[in-house]
Design a protein around this ligand. Structure first.
Ligand code: SAH
Length: 236
C-alpha cells in the first residue's frame, strides 16, 4: 500500500526537495510513497490571486484566508478521504516518534503549510486540522516542517530502511536516547574504542549500551525518564 502525502503550499517548488534524494527519494521512485503538491494560490478568487488579508483586530502581518484555504483543502481531501489533515504550526502538539509511527501505519497525510502570521482560526476548526509543531522555534513557513515530518514518516515505511532492525534501537524508541557509536580505526588521535565493544561478549555489550543510554538520558533528557516511569495498568 502506498503512503499518500498531499501538501498544500504557496511554494510547491520546495517539494520533494531533500525528500527526492537518498532513502526517501528512492522510495518515492519505487512508489512506496507518493507526493502531490497543491498550490493554494490556484484557489484564490481574484485577478491578483490573493490568499491573505490583514488580521482582524489589527496588528502586524497577514493571515491566510479561511475561504481560500477551505477550497484548497476540499479539493485535496474531499469528505471521506481517510487521511489525517495536519496543519504545521508552532502552536501544535510537538511531533513525537510515537505520532510518526502512527502516521506511517496509516494511509497517508494531507499537510497544510502556513505562511505569514498563520491561518484563519475558522478553517482550522471547520476542517478539523490537527496542528503539529516540530519544536519551540518559529520558521518562516510550514514547508520545512512538512519536509521534516515526511522524512521521519517515510523512513519507517516497509522496505525503506535497509536494515529494519536499526529502527527499533534508535533514540526515543524505548523511551531512551541512544548509546554512543564507534567504528574503525581502533585508535584515533590517541583515543581507543571502549574495550567492551571489541570483547565479542554480546551480553556485556548489550548491558553496556543500556547503561550508556540510561546515563545519557538522565543527563540530557530527564523528562523522558519521567514519562517512562508512569506506571502501566496491570493486565491479567
Ligand atoms: N505567528 C505565528 C507564527 C507564524 S510562522 C505564531 O506566532 O505562532 C508561519 C508558518 O510557519 C506557520 O503558519 C506554520 O505553518 C509554520 N511554522 C513556523 N514554525 C513552526 C514550527 N515550529 N512547527 C511547525 N510549523 C511551523
Amino acid at each position: 500500500m502506498t503512503f499518500r502525502a498531499t501538501v498544500l503550499t504557496l511554494y510547491p517548488d520546495m517539494f520533494p526537495g531533500a525528500l527526492g534524494l537518498s532513502l526517501a527519494g528512492r522510495a518515492l521512485e519505487q512508489g512506496v510513497w507518493s507526493l502531490e503538491t497543491v498550490q493554494i494560490r490556484d484557489f484564490a478568487m481574484d485577478r491578483h490571486r490573493t490568499v491573505d488579508d490583514t488580521p482582524a483586530g489589527g496588528g502586524a502581518g497577514m493571515v491566510m484566508r479561511a475561504d481560500i484555504m477551505a477550497r484548497a483543502i476540499d479539493h485535496a481531501a474531499p469528505a471521506g478521504d481517510p487521511r489525517p489533515r495536519l496543519l504545521m504550526s508552532p502552536r501544535g502538539k510537538p511531533l513525537t516518534q510515537a505520532r510518526v509511527r502512527q502516521l506511517a501505519a496509516g494511509p497517508g497525510a494531507v499537510i497544510v503549510c502556513g505562511r505569514f502570521e498563520g491561518v484563519d482560526q475558522r478553517v482550522i476548526d471547520a476542517r478539523g486540522l490537527e496542528e503539529v509543531s516540530i519544536g519551540d522555534y518559529i520558521l518562516s513557513g510550514g514547508e520545512p516542517a512538512a519536509l521534516v515530518l515526511l522524512d521521519a514518516v517515510v523512513r519507517l515505511l516497509p522496505g525503506v530502511m535497509g536494515n529494519e532492525a536499526s529502527g527499533a534501537e534508535e533514540s526515543f524508541e524505548g523511551g531512551l536516547l541512544e548509546h554512543p557509536h564507534y567504528t574503525r580505526p581502533q585508535e584515533w588521535e590517541g583515543c581507543t574504542i571502549p574495550e567492551v565493544l571489541t570483547s565479542g561478549n554480546h551480553a556485556k555489550i548489550a548491558a553496556w549500551r543500556r547503561e550508556q543510554a540510561e546515563r545519557l538520558t538522565r543527563e540530557r533528557r530527564p523528562d523522558l525518564l519521567e514519562k517512562r516511569a508512569v506506571p502501566q495498568p496491570v493486565t491479567k
